[in-house]
Design a binder for this molecule. Structure first.
Ligand code: NAD
Length: 260
């Protein structure tokens, strides 16, 4: 299937590793020109080299923290035209809400709610004016089913999701702009491995035992991989997904137990 987006420009935030990288790989393979960001230059430049080797769209790498005004400005400046925006950033740490002060909450809100809102504010009107736009917000399965130790994530991402439910249905919808949430369940990335290592250290159990138990809880009996996440993201960005907006789509191997 030709996704019909070759030659378009995309900004994929937080894309030196993991799910963001998977999205960038899929888009570049479709001939999309992509700006990727991350805070660490080494990992980002290595990923940019991998993406260029795909011989797809042009690849630009911008070092910076996407949760800061300077990081966002640099990312936007590198993208000559914004057709596709994939919002992503690191997730908040786990913990107990009794230990979180205002600063911890503001940090989580900045990363997982206000940064994507700022980037949509900077881009959706121009997308609407050109008659084509795709925004994919990488959030979490925690939006549908909260994860007990990830209260900061549950809260911040639900705030984003509520805001987007309104924005997606506003006047931009009639001008070819779609906004959807992509909700990962467990995916095999650094984040999941570090979280599993943390759980192993805390409980005294082996990493493999915790990983195996996690997999047992997923009907697909495996965790997801970044390539399949990226392929789904690219489809959401395609010409074929123009009638899909304001939705929150779980990619979790069947882990969420509800009918809807
Ligand atoms: P990851 O740790 O594997 O990769 C995160 C990427 O984001 C890296 O490239 C890192 O350099 C970059 N990054 C982090 N903070 C940044 C910032 N402030 N500015 C710029 N770049 C930044 O993580 P992942 O597994 O790919 O997760 C991506 C998002 O999806 C996170 O918000 C995570 O919480 C969420 N998520 C992941 C899973 C999972 O199982 N992997 C499940 C649910 C939700």
């Amino acid at each position: 299937m030709d996704l019909g987006i070759a030659g378009r420009w995309a900004l994929v935030c937080a894309a030196s590793k993991g799910l963001g990288k998977g999205c960038a790989q899929a888009l570049v393979s479709e001939g999309v020109n992509v700006v990727i960001t991350a805070r660490g230059a080494d990992a980002l430049n290595a990923t940019a080299a991998e993406l260029r080797a795909l011989n797809g769209g042009e690849v630009r790498a911008v070092v910076g923290d996407i949760t800061t005004p300077a990081g966002r400005a640099a990312a936007l400046a590198a993208c000559p035209q914004m057709d596709i925006l994939v919002n992503n950033a690191g997730g908040p740490p786990p913990g107990d809400f009794r230990d979180w002060d205002r600063e911890a909450w503001i940090k989580a809100l900045d990363a997982n709610m206000l940064t994507p809102i700022e980037l949509m504010k900077a881009t959706v009107d121009a997308m609407a004016a050109r008659g084509y736009g795709r925004v994919v917000n990488i959030t979490s399965g925690a939006v549908k089913a909260p994860i007990d130790v990830l209260g900061l994530s549950n809260g911040a991402r639900s705030g984003l999701t509520g805001f987007v439910a309104g924005l997606a249905r506003s006047d931009i919808a009639a001008h070819g702009v779609t906004i959807n949430g992509l909700l990962p369940g467990p995916f095999d990335t650094d984040r999941l491995r570090v979280a599993t290592q943390g759980a192993a250290a805390k409980s005294g159990q082996a990493f493999d035992a915790i990983w195996a138990r996690r997999v047992q809880g997923i009907p697909a009996r495996r965790v997801g991989n970044a390539a399949e996440f990226g392929a789904f993201c690219a489809f959401l960005c395609s010409v074929h997904a123009g009638y899909l907006t304001g939705q929150n789509i779980l990619l979790d191997g069947g882990g969420y137990p509800g009918t809807f």
